[in-house]
Design a protein around this ligand. Structure first.
Ligand SMILES: Nc1ncnc2c1ncn2[C@@H]1O[C@H](COP(=O)(O)OP(=O)(O)OP(=O)(O)O)[C@@H](O)[C@H]1O
Ligand SMILES: [Mg+2]
Length: 496
C-alpha cells in the first residue's frame, strides 16, 4: 500500500518531441498505489502529452516509464490497458454515432467475445453510470448528449475496466459542482481500494481538495512534487505561472448603459419561459447545474436551435433570429462550450481558424486582408499568451487550453455588441484566465453586453455584475449584486 515498496508508476527523464515542438523536455514523477496525484501546469506545459505517454497513446523519445518497478514500453493503448491503466482523455474519444452502451463496452474484450448478453450489458452500463449519479438510457446515441454527460460516460467506461492506475486528463472541466462531488466520492473510494489516480486539472480548488501530492509542470519539464497539505493555493499558482498572481478576479465595474439584449418568455429545447435582459457594459453571469438548460438557452438566442415561443429584443426592438448568421449580423456572438464539435476546424491552421468568421470584415484585396488579419492574430497570440509553433500550426496540434484561447480570440476580434460566452475559461490555466477576465473588463468598458455561462462558481461570483440562476430550464432566481453573493446562495437556487 501507500509508501511501501516500488511506486505503482514511475517516470524519469521522459522526453517527447513533435515536429518543431519539444512538448516534454524532462519529466519525472511517481504515483503510489492508493494515492491521488495531481499534475498541474499552464496550457501547453506538456501535461496531456505526458499522460498520453503513460497510457501508450504516444511513444516517448527518451526516458523511462516503470510499472511496479519494471520498465515498460507500450506498443499501443491497448497494451497499457491490459496492464491495468485506464484513461480519460481531455478530448473525449467516444464515438458519437454509437449508443452509450456500445461506447461503454467498445474497448472491452468480453464484449467482443460475445459472452455478455445485451440485457446484461445494459444492466452493467446502467450500474456504472448510476455509480456516478447519472440517470441515462444506455440506448441513446452519445452524439445527442451534452458535453458533461459525455464526460461522465467516458469516466464510467474507465471505471468499468477496473484499473490499477486511473489516469484522468481534466475530467471535471465540463462538470458542475454536484457532479464533481459525486466523482470525487468515487475517486476517494478507489483510493481506498489501493488504486493509483493521476489527475490533470486546472481547477485548483479541486486539486487542493482531492490530491495527496501535486506535481507541477512548466514549459515541458516537471518542477517537483509536493504533498498537497504543504501547499496553499497561492503558492501553487506561483509555482505554475512562475510569478505570484495578486488578484484572481480583477473585476472592474463599468458604467452600465441601456438594455441591449432582452429575452422574453423564451422556450425551446430544455428551456422554458426564460426572461432576462442585459445592459451595455454589464456582465450577466448564468449559473446552474449541468442540464439546467444554460447551453440550450445560449443556442436559442444565437439561432442555433429554433425557439418554440418567446421573443428576442435588441435595443428594445424585436428581432428575428433564425440562424447563427442572423445572430452575427445583429451583433450577437456565441463562444460555444464544445470547441471540437462546433468551434474549430481542426485541420485548418490556427491563423485560418482565427480568420474564419471574420473574413467579411477585411478588404476584399487578398494581401491587405491577410496582412491585417495576421497582425490582429499576432496581437491576440501575445495578449492571451497562446502557445503555438507558428501561425500555420494546425489547430489539432494545439493543447486543449490553447484551442480555447484561439476560439475566444476569434470572437473578441469581431465587433459584436452582445457576447455570449459558454464556459469561457474551461480548460484554461490560472494565468490565462486572468488575461481573459481583463479582456472581459475591456469589453464592458467599451459598452458591450456580456452573458457569461459558467460552472465555476468563484468565477461567476467574481466576474459578474448580476447573476441569473437556472434550474430545469427555468430561471430559479436572480442575484442583483454578484459581489455580495455567496456560493451557497447560488447553489441553493441551482438545486431548486
Ligand atoms: N500532436 C502534436 N503535434 C505537434 N505539437 C503538439 C502535439 N501535441 C501537443 N503538441 C504541442 O505540445 C505542447 C504541449 O501540449 P500538451 O497538450 O501536452 O499541453 P497541456 O499541458 O496538456 O496543456 P492544456 O492545459 O492546454 O491542456 C504544446 O505546445 C502543443 O501545441
Ligand atoms: Mg492538456
Amino acid at each position: 500500500m501507500a509508501g511501501t515498496g516500488a511506486p505503482l508508476l514511475r517516470l524519469a527523464g521522459v522526453r517527447k518531441e513533435f515536429p518543431g515542438v519539444l512538448a516534454v523536455r524532462e519529466a519525472a514523477l511517481d504515483v503510489r498505489a492508493g494515492e491521488v496525484h495531481a499534475l498541474v501546469g499552464e496550457n501547453g506545459a506538456g501535461k496531456s502529452t505526458l499522460i498520453r505517454i503513460v497510457t501508450g497513446a504516444h511513444e516517448a523519445d527518451g526516458g523511462t516509464v516503470e510499472l511496479d518497478g519494471a520498465p515498460v514500453r507500450w506498443s499501443s493503448p491497448l497494451a497499457a490497458a491490459h496492464a491495468g491503466i485506464a484513461a480519460i482523455y481531455q478530448e473525449l474519444d467516444l464515438i458519437p454515432a454509437l449508443s452509450v452502451r456500445a461506447n461503454l463496452f467498445l474497448a472491452r474484450e468480453q464484449a467482443r467475445l460475445g459472452f455478455i448478453a445485451a440485457a446484461e450489458e445494459r444492466r452493467r452500463a446502467r450500474e456504472a453510470l448510476s455509480r456516478l449519479g447519472v440517470d441515462l438510457d444506455p440506448g441513446v446515441r452519445v452524439g445527442t448528449l451534452e458535453v458533461a454527460q459525455q464526460q461522465l460516460v467516458a469516466i464510467a467506461r474507465a471505471l468499468m475496466e477496473h484499473p490499477r492506475l486511473l489516469v484522468m486528463d481534466e475530467p471535471t472541466a465540463a462538470l458542475a459542482s454536484g457532479e464533481v462531488e459525486r466523482l470525487f466520492r468515487v475517486i476517494r473510494e478507489l483510493r481506498g481500494q489501493g488504486i493509483g489516480v493521476l489527475l490533470v486539472s486546472h481547477r485548483l480548488d479541486e486539486v487542493m481538495a482531492i490530491a495527496d501530492r501535486v506535481t507541477v509542470m512548466r514549459d515541458g519539464a516537471t518542477l517537483g512534487t509536493w504533498p498537497a497539505r504543504d501547499l496553499t493555493r497561492e503558492r501553487l499558482v506561483e509555482l505554475m505561472v512562475g510569478r505570484p498572481l495578486d488578484q484572481e478576479f480583477p473585476k472592474v465595474r463599468a458604467t452600465s448603459g441601456p438594455e441591449v439584449l432582452s429575452v422574453c418568455n423564451l422556450s425551446g429545447g430544455r428551456v422554458s419561459d426564460v426572461s432576462f435582459s442585459v445592459r451595455a457594459g454589464e456582465v450577466l453571469g448564468i449559473a446552474g447545474l449541468v442540464g439546467a438548460g444554460r447551453t440550450d438557452l445560449a443556442r436559442l438566442i444565437f439561432g442555433a436551435d429554433p425557439p418554440q415561443r418567446g421573443q428576442i429584443l435588441l435595443d428594445g426592438r424585436p428581432v428575428v433570429i433564425r440562424t447563427p448568421r442572423d445572430a452575427i449580423r445583429h451583433g450577437i456572438c456565441l463562444l460555444t462550450e464544445d470547441r471540437k464539435a462546433e468551434g474549430l476546424v481542426l485541420g485548418l491552421s490556427a491563423r485560418d481558424n482565427f480568420a474564419l468568421p471574420n473574413l467579411d470584415r477585411w478588404s476584399p484585396w487578398g494581401w491587405i486582408r491577410r496582412r491585417k488579419e495576421l497582425s490582429a492574430f499576432e496581437r491576440f497570440v501575445a495578449s492571451l499568451r497562446i502557445r503555438l509553433a507558428g501561425p500555420g500550426q494546425p489547430a489539432r496540434d494545439l493543447s486543449g487550453g490553447n484551442q480555447q484561447k484561439l476560439l475566444l480570440a476569434r470572437w473578441l476580434e469581431r465587433d459584436s455588441r452582445v457576447l455570449i460566452f459558454d464556459e469561457p475559461t474551461r480548460g484554461i490555466d490560472v494565468g490565462a484566465k486572468h488575461e481573459i477576465y481583463l479582456l472581459i473588463n475591456e469589453l464592458t468598458a467599451r459598452g458591450k453586453a456580456v452573458v457569461m455561462i459558467s460552472s465555476e462558481l468563484p468565477e461567476v461570483l467574481g466576474m459578474s455584475d448580476r447573476i441569473l440562476v437556472m434550474h430545469r430550464g427555468r430561471v430559479a432566481g436572480e442575484i442583483q449584486e454578484a459581489a455580495a453573493a455567496t456560493q451557497e446562495q447560488v447553489l441553493e437556487m441551482a438545486v431548486g
